[in-house]
Write a protein that binds this ligand. Structure first.
Ligand code: VGL
Length: 208
């Protein structure tokens, strides 16, 4: 049965290379770990945030982030990030070109949608991005996930895939980085309780 490796939102916007956006500590240091995990897989998938500058959730300062919004498909405020055409939209150095991936998902292109998971365009999970269907079509049984950030888009993508009950879902923590230690720990607990396998490195992934 086929294995898919998923590189979640490994864009410069989520690294210290873009300090004014959403810098995740060491976010730019995971290319090698992602390239190694991809060697175990039949298919390699990339997901990218693609957000317009007029998105309803944009605030102009980091101090104003994490404010709850009463919007069905944008739950929190964030500073501008991952705008197509900007440096932050680009993937981190060391990864293949977009066209070398087997499948690519762009998400969050509508100004009033700010999804975290790569499986649905909306937080209500009504509008599929087609990722789950693509994996089924390719006969994928196991998914290995890495990327940014552990506590937001990696976690949500992993939980969405696990909820289908049709894949063995492995999160390779050595190929992920997260925003804060507390939310990373909380996210790991949540993923583990859902039945997702957490691997601390590539050897662990191979053992699972
Ligand atoms: C993400 C926060 C806001 C992510 C995206 O890709 O994990 N985190 N937008």
């Amino acid at each position: 049965m086929a294995i898919a490796a998923i590189d979640v939102d490994v864009q410069q916007t989520f690294t210290p290379l873009c300090p004014d956006e959403l810098p995740v500590p060491e976010g730019h240091h995971i290319a090698q770990a992602l390239n190694q995990q991809a060697k175990l897989a039949t298919w390699r998938i990339l997901t990218k945030d693609a957000h317009p500058e007029n998105a309803v959730w944009i605030v102009d300062s980091h101090d104003n982030m994490f404010q709850p919004l009463s919007h069905p498909n944008a739950d929190l405020t964030w500073v501008k990030h991952a705008v197509p055409g900007s440096k932050g939209f680009e993937v981190i150095p060391g990864l293949p070109k977009v066209t070398e991936y087997d499948h690519v998902i762009w998400k969050g292109i509508e100004p009033d949608l700010h999804p975290y998971g790569a499986c649905f365009h909306d937080l209500e999970e009504k509008l599929s991005t087609g990722l789950i269907e693509w994996l089924h079509h390719k006969g994928v049984a196991t998914v290995i996930i890495g990327g940014l950030a552990t506590d937001y888009c990696v976690k949500t993508t992993a939980l969405q895939l696990q909820a289908t009950k049709s894949f063995k879902v492995i999160v390779n923590l050595s190929a992920c980085r997260g925003i804060s230690p507390d939310t990373i720990a909380e996210s790991c607990n949540q993923m583990q309780s859902a039945g997702i396998f957490l691997a601390s490195n590539l050897d662990d992934v191979k053992r699972l």
